[in-house]
Design a protein around this ligand. Structure first.
Ligand SMILES: NC(=O)c1ccc[n+]([C@@H]2O[C@H](COP(=O)([O-])OP(=O)(O)OC[C@H]3O[C@@H](n4cnc5c(N)ncnc54)[C@H](OP(=O)(O)O)[C@@H]3O)[C@@H](O)[C@H]2O)c1
Length: 268
């Protein structure tokens, strides 16, 4: 077992993907405030600025700039653990993509799938195996309440989160007696770079009042530390996800589309 820290005691080591902004940045802050060492990753060099901020909490921080949509990118992140045992994995990196599916650039739609699904699963597969072998670890996966509803004008994203939400519950069941917990954080609309990056700023959802990423991250962090299976952040989102379970998919897709259609936020 790898140990570190001044006295040779094991310090908690957390890996957070998508830690350069939004929910992932706040999740990494929760870790830093708790005195956990960090390995943080994102696709652009802004991850190094974020790492500097986390270091102010007197924890060891390594940062990796890698496209986690690729096998090589995930491999690079894994190598950067330097065989130190990861106690907490926050598989959070992800992005959306607005517009009607047939109007989307397929390369971008594929990048979404490769990031939100393939890269996320590959990382969990690697680190999850190590955790299972040790009989110890916690995994938080950032899903979404979008996974409850097929979403016109966000079809690929919502599908990717339906996958992730579903996968998370299944993995948790498989790891039931292993000492490894899996928690699915399902936020609703949150004030991050998400809508800009997905080119959904002009949609009704993009223009709506959103949750604070700090609140969402704190709720997810606490649920993970308790070992809960899932957490929908915020009462409004709890209502939405409960209602979504009762409404037929065809209706959900159309309703969602009204809020996600390009221009829907500036028509009113
Ligand atoms: N905001 C919402 O309304 C909302 C709601 C429900 C769920 N979520 C989920 O929350 C998670 C975090 O998103 P956010 O809202 O915090 O958005 P954000 O502010 O855009 O943060 C996304 C983070 O993921 C990283 N990332 C995205 N694609 C990546 C890739 N291919 N490789 C490496 N890093 C990548 C980004 O880094 P770079 O900038 O360097 O690419 C950034 O650090 C996502 O999984 C998202 O789907 C968001």
């Amino acid at each position: 077992m790898h140990t570190s820290g001044q006295n040779g005691h094991h310090r908690t080591f957390a890996a957070v993907t998508g830690a350069s902004s939004g929910i992932g940045y706040e999740l990494a802050l929760c870790c830093a405030r708790n005195g956990f060492d960090l390995l943080v990753a994102a696709d652009q060099s802004t991850i190094y600025d974020a790492a500097e901020t986390f270091r102010a909490y007197d924890v060891a921080v390594d940062a990796v700039e890698a496209d986690l949509a690729t096998i090589e990118g995930v491999d690079r992140l894994y190598v950067a653990t330097r065989e130190r045992r990861v106690d907490l994995l926050f598989a959070n990196a992800g992005h959306g993509l607005g517009a009607a599916f047939l109007d989307q650039d397929f390369a971008r739609a594929r990048h979404l799938i490769d990031t939100n699904i393939t890269g996320t699963l590959y990382l969990i597969h690697k680190i999850g195996r190590d955790m299972r072998e040790r009989g110890h670890g916690r995994i938080l996966i950032t899903g979404s309440i979008a996974g409850y509803a097929p979403g016109a004008y966000s079809a690929v994203y919502n599908g990717s989160k339906a996958f992730i939400d579903s996968f998370s519950f299944a993995l948790r069941a498989e790891l039931k007696d292993s000492g490894v917990t899996v928690t699915c954080l399902m936020p609703g609309a949150t004030e991050t770079n998400f809508f800009r990056r997905a080119e959904m700023v002009d949609t009704e959802t993009g223009q709506s009042q959103k949750d604070s990423p700090a609140d969402v991250a704190r709720i997810g962090f606490e649920a993970m530390m308790r070992g809960d299976g899932d957490i929908v952040s915020g009462w409004k989102n709890k209502v939405i996800s409960t209602v979504a379970n009762l409404v037929p998919s065809a209706v959900l897709a159309e309703q969602y589309g009204k809020m996600a259609e390009p221009g829907s936020g500036i028509r009113k």
